[in-house]
Structure formats: C-alpha cells, structure tokens
Design a protein around this ligand. Structure first.
Ligand SMILES: [Zn+2]
Length: 339
C-alpha cells in the first residue's frame, strides 16, 4: 500500500507540474483529491489493514493529502500569474503608464477678434446690442431707406426664406431695433452678428460672415465724431502708427456716406494685402439718414447720429496674414489650433 501511495504521489505531482493552463486544474483536483478521487479510494482500503497498521497508514495518507493540497494551491497561483502576464503582453497594456492628458479647446479666431472689438468699443462707452438673424424684408431693407424697387438692393444677394422673410444680409436692421427700443434717448451701441449673402464662395468672400455695426444717436453728433471714433478703433486694433483716411461713398441709410481706410502695415510700399495701394478698408460709415432716424422714432430736426459697419473675419485676416477666408469655417483643426 505504501508503494501504491508513493507512485501515486510521484504521478500526481508530475502531472500537476505538467499542467500549463489554469482551466485544467479542476480536472486534476477531481482526479486526485475529489470525493471519488484516487486518494479517497486508498483511504477506503484502510479498512482491510490490521489494527496496528491502520493508524500509521492513516497518518501517512493524511500527510500525503495535505502535501498534494499545498502543491495544488501553489500551482494554481503560478498558473494564474502566468495567465495575467500573458494577457498583459498580448494587450500591450502597461497599467503603470500615466493617462493621456485631455486636450482642452480654445476660442475660435472669430470669437477672439469679436471680443477684442467689444473691448475697444466698451472703453469708448458702447454697449453690445443683439438683433435677430432672421429678418423681415421691412427691417432688412424698407426701414433702412431701401424700398422694394430701389437699385441699392442689387448690392445684396439675399437668401429669401419666403416672400417676406430673409436671412439678414447685414447687421444694419439692428439699428432700427435699437432705435425703437431706446427712442427718444441717446444711443451708443455696437451690433455684432452673423450675416448671410447668396454669394459665390471665394478666398475673399463667404456666404456666411460676421459684421459689427455701430450706432450713435444724440444731439449735435457730427461726422468728426465718427472719424474720431473710427481712428481710435484703428489705433487700438492695429497699432497707434496707423493713419486713417476717409473717402466719399454711398449707402442708402446714411447721408453723407463714407468709407474709412487705414494705412497698411507695409507703410505705403505696397504689398499683396493692400493690393499695392498702401491702404486697407476698415469700415463703411456715415451720418444716419433722416428717413432712418424717423423710422426709428427720432425727429431728424432734433437728433443726429452716425453708423458704421465692418467685417470681423477681414480684420483677423489682416492681422494674421491669412490668405483665404474659407479657412475660418472649414473646421480644419490644423488651422484653428494656430490661434
Ligand atoms: Zn500693404
């Protein structure tokens, strides 16, 4: 019986060490240590032994059982660790590595430019006033002194929603909203927002773009006030060395109308940005037309005011020497991350 026991031990241990997969362990356990295992059947044979031999053999078998039990647990531990190491290698996962940092976004170039513009005009006492992007024909054209068959309508290629409703082609209808809200009090506001034109998209023009409109209404407001405000803006936005000039122009809602230019950074040597003229357009502007004043609820004999409108993408183009306006809304992160 002792020999039987020794051969069983040798066989059990060597089979246990030959296992290379934790899934095979239960089967081994069942075969040697289970209720119907080989060890149990040996224990059952104890009854055939003499009264002297029985306790001696019983002790030996119990020690053997414990030995197998300990070996089994060690082997189980080893195989589990191997399995984990294998999985880690296959997944190429190093749990000790630090996590990837989250990338935070930043403000779009247009928003940055808008905020700079707000800041400059706020310093001059202007408030920001927001008006609707979807407008009626009346606000977008008629109240701004552009009647239905006025030739000036050709200046705006319009997205029509229906016969009466348009996507605003300029921020100027906001002038009427602001005047009708504040009349008869003085006004000093800027009106920023998106505008839409049914236009061919080119490096110089988009069908959607931002404008900032400005409106001042008061008593004894003069053209020189307008020129002073726009000069201050150009100096703060682009640098104190910039010179400002005005040219006569035409807009239906201002009288007289002017264009405001400022000297280019090439200092009149000429470059591609200024098309070799030495000057860059900043804004269209003028004194608010008496018809528009009246439509807004102000008596033109008593009140006067100036208005201006400028692009937002274009100043950013100029400032950063960007050669294509389509980058702004193309959503290419390689472009946006630069600002
Ligand atoms: Zn230039």
């Amino acid at each position: 019986m002792k020999e039987q026991l020794n051969s069983l031990r040798a066989k059990g241990i060597s089979e246990l060490n030959a296992l290379n997969n934790a899934d095979q362990l239960p089967e081994w356990y069942h075969r040697y240590l289970g209720r119907k295992g080989e060890l149990t059947s040996l224990l059952k044979q104890l009854g055939t032994l003499s009264a002297e031999e029985r306790p001696v053999m019983g002790k030996v078998i119990n020690e053997f059982k414990q030995e197998l039990q300990v070996s089994f647990e060690q082997r189980q531990q080893t195989l589990r660790e191997n399995k984990l190491n294998q999985e880690l290698e296959i997944d190429d996962l190093d749990v000790t590595l630090p996590g990837r940092p989250c990338t935070t976004g930043h403000l779009h170039l247009t928003t940055q430019t808008l905020r700079r513009i707000y800041q400059i005009f706020q310093e001059m006492g202007f408030q920001v006033y927001e008006a609707p992007e979807v407008e009626t024909d009346e606000y977008n054209f008629q109240l701004l002194n552009i009647p239905e068959y006025h030739p000036a309508r050709d200046m705006w290629d319009t997205f029509w929603v229906d016969d009466e409703v348009v996507l605003r082609t300029h921020t100027s209808p906001g002038q009427i909203w602001a005047m009708r809200e504040y009349a008869p009090e003085p006004i000093r506001v800027i009106l920023p927002g998106k505008c839409y034109r049914y236009e061919q998209i080119t490096p110089r023009s988009e069908h959607q773009f931002y404008q900032v409109e400005g409106l001042t209404i008061g008593k004894n407001i003069r053209l020189t006030d307008l020129i002073g405000v726009m000069s201050e803006f150009a100096h703060k936005m682009y640098g104190a060395e910039r010179k400002v000039r005005i040219r006569g122009s035409y807009f239906p809602f201002t009288e007289p109308s002017i264009e405001i230019d400022m000297s280019c950074s090439c200092e009149e040597n000429g470059c591609r940005l200024c098309k070799y003229t030495g000057w860059l357009e900043v804004a269209g502007a003028g004194m608010v037309h008496p018809v528009v004043l009246r439509n807004g609820g102000y008596d033109p004999d008593e009140w006067s005011g100036f208005a201006f409108g400028m692009g937002v993408e274009r100043p950013a183009l100029l400032k950063h020497s960007i050669n294509d306006i389509r980058y702004f809304y193309g959503n290419d992160l390689r472009f946006l991350q630069q600002f």
